[in-house]
Ligand binder design. Structure first.
Ligand SMILES: [Zn+2]
Length: 440
């Protein structure tokens, strides 16, 4: 029996409990398509609650005989620099460390579940942590040459979110915009990625449920200026910036208002990884009109253009060698998934975006080669269906990457293989009104 901190969780989370009109104006493109129908249940019972995740991590550390260090990097409501969003500290944000900050080693940093409704990355991360804790010669050789830090589930509040007493994982964090708390005028507009009503995607209710706890899209709250702290700037300047739609938008870095983004950035600054991987979930595509394999994974090595900090004038761009390594990392991942004519190999490139406020965008602009991994489906659209296969699409490439970083063979991978990965196409549209291609 699973243990839960916040609620009793049903064996299946019945989205039909939302009971509203079953009619969609624009149904998905084919019957029995990947998106669930209105009355279908989405099962999440195999996924871990926060409490289960923490217990699992503690057990793994205990059995790893010192090989793995488990630390709390911060809390969802309290970041290391003392920025506090509530009286409670919130949920712990764990970092799992295999190896220290050693300049003679390659360093890779992996985060999962920055969006709370994207669980499979975390499930895969646990399997990877378990494997790295083992005592095989191959693992020992990897860890002799590579330090690997993993933060599984960096949005615990969204992950354990409830709607009408039931488990309803959500993209957003839990946090209320309180400008007066950071000495801004009371009426200062929130950052554009604030979800003020606490709403989330659904398969009915015109694609939307309101669970009522405001929060942020953590994956827009990062800033290429890793030291940006809203409370350190002139308050009138910040208020004017937020109150102006031409500056309060996705072309600019975020405001580091979440403790989660501050905590993760703190770990990044401590570790300074060569490679940063962020695992997400997305929608559904087939390969092409001729090839109807369902795309399990989209990848990207680039998500941000050169950037100028509007407050300091400081310029940021992705270094050419960093970009080359990023392409090699993504190319290796794509190659690692080729297994004959199977669904595993049906990878595509993520659509081109410029999002400096994402963790990947911010860290790429701070000298980390990046890989965006986008698994198909989310809590609200796929549940745990195909979870085993989809976990494998995360685990296999990452393990191959560890080996290639350890023996240096990553530098033999041709970056042109990345350029040749098919572009995103043949998208199956989401029948809800929350359809958005560029939402990693
Ligand atoms: Zn995501």
């Amino acid at each position: 029996m699973k243990k839960w901190t916040k609620a009793v969780i049903p064996a299946t989370v019945a989205l039909s409990m939302l009971a509203a009109s079953p009619v969609f104006a624009d149904p998905q493109s084919r019957p029995n398509g990947p998106y669930i129908e209105n009355e279908q249940n989405v099962s999440l019972s195999s996924f871990m609650s926060n409490q289960e995740l923490y217990e699992t991590l503690q057990k793994l550390e205990a059995s790893a005989k010192g090989k793995m260090k488990l630390e709390i990097a911060g809390y969802s409501n309290l970041s290391p620099d003392g920025y506090q969003t509530d009286k409670d500290k919130g949920e712990p944000l764990y970092v799992v460390k295999f190896g220290e900050v050693d300049p003679t080693k390659k360093r890779i940093f992996i985060t999962t579940q920055i969006h709370g409704n994207e669980q499979i990355g975390t499930e895969a991360a646990i399997d990877i942590i378990q494997k790295l804790s083992s005592n095989s010669a191959e693992v020992n050789n990897i860890l002799k040459n590579v330090s690997i830090w993993i933060m599984p589930r960096i949005n615990p509040e969204g992950s354990d979110n409830l709607y009408q007493e039931k488990w309803y994982p959500t993209r957003y964090t839990h946090q209320t915009w309180l400008p007066a708390n950071i000495q801004l005028p009371e009426n200062t507009r929130a950052p554009w990625y604030y979800n003020s009503d606490g709403s989330e995607r659904a398969q009915n209710n015109n694609g939307r449920v309101v669970y009522g706890i405001p929060g942020y899209d953590q994956n827009r709250d990062y800033n290429p200026n890793l030291d940006f702290r809203i409370e350190n700037y002139d308050k009138t300047t910040i208020a004017n910036f937020l109150n102006n739609r031409s500056t309060n938008n996705s072309n600019y870095g975020g405001f580091f208002v979440t403790a989660e983004a501050r905590t993760v950035s703190g770990v990044f600054k401590e570790f300074r990884p060569d490679v940063f991987v962020d695992v997400h979930h997305r929608g559904f595509n087939t390969v092409s009109d001729e090839d109807n394999r369902s795309v399990p994974m989209q990848l990207a090595a680039v998500v941000a253009d050169p950037y100028t900090d509007p407050f300091t004038g400081q310029q940021y761009e992705v270094d050419a060698d960093v970009l080359k390594l990023g392409k090699r990392v993504n190319a290796l991942a794509a190659q690692s998934l080729q297994r004959g004519f199977s669904h595993f190999g049906a990878v595509q490139k993520y659509p081109k975006v410029n999002l400096p406020g994402t963790a990947l965008g911010t860290f790429a602009l701070n000298d980390a080669a990046i890989m965006l991994m986008e698994i198909k489906g989310q809590s609200q659209t796929l549940g745990q269906k195909q979870a085993g296969m989809l976990k494998e699409t995360v685990k296999a490439p990452l393990y191959d990457l560890f080996k290639a970083l350890a023996d240096g063979s990553i530098h033999n991978v041709d970056p042109a293989v990345y350029d040749a990965i098919p572009e995103s196409s043949n998208r199956i549209s989401d029948p809800t009104t929350r359809d958005n291609e560029k939402d990693f």
